[in-house]
Design a protein around this ligand. Sequence first.
Ligand code: 6PG
Length: 216
Amino acid sequence: MSAEVIITQDVPFAFAHLVKEACESRRESDRFSLALSGGSTAYSCYSQLAKESIDWSVVVAVWGDERCVPLDHEDSNYALAKAAFLDQVTPLADVHPMDCTQGVDAYESKIAGLAPLDFVHLGMGDDGHTASLFPGSPALDEPEHKLVVATGDDLHPHPRMSLTFSAINSAELVAFTVMGKNKREMFERVQNGEDLPATRVSAKRVVWIVDPDVAG
Ligand code: 6PG
């Protein structure tokens, strides 16, 4: 299944529209599970998402990865999403922060209860990582039944928790959002199929939303 690539000057706008479209196309009675990312691109995307007219009462927010810091820490992905959009919209059906203090198993059972996730938002680092699945990490090769993993490395801040590829690749839709010239080379390498963490994402539908600086 080849991925779709959307090249746009306004990545956050395209992202927010895709979330709205996916949410509105779910089965009427169902909730809509949305896995959130971290990073500066995610912040821009969530600020735009807050402007979309979405029925937030059907949305369940989880995280694709998290730094193991307090949830109000400036480096927390929960704190990022809270500031950018959770505090700007009407209450969601449910919000499940990825809390390292609760441990991997607790989050694993939350994700197992929601899987397959409807929408997973991912960024991509300039080393080809996605979520907190870093190049060369044992977390890249978790057994199929594992949905959440404790991970991290010396090159990236803080110990982490992350969804595994098994959890990500069972999703209905995965959307990457990538901006900036510094990501161009890695985007090309991933598109060429080089074995990098981002290349291993192969959900039912994968959409790359990139700006012209990335696309080249
Ligand atoms: C994290 C993210 C990470 C991020 C990429 C892109 O916790 O840091 O989940 O995977 O999405 O590193 O980040 P930027 O958008 O800031 O380049």
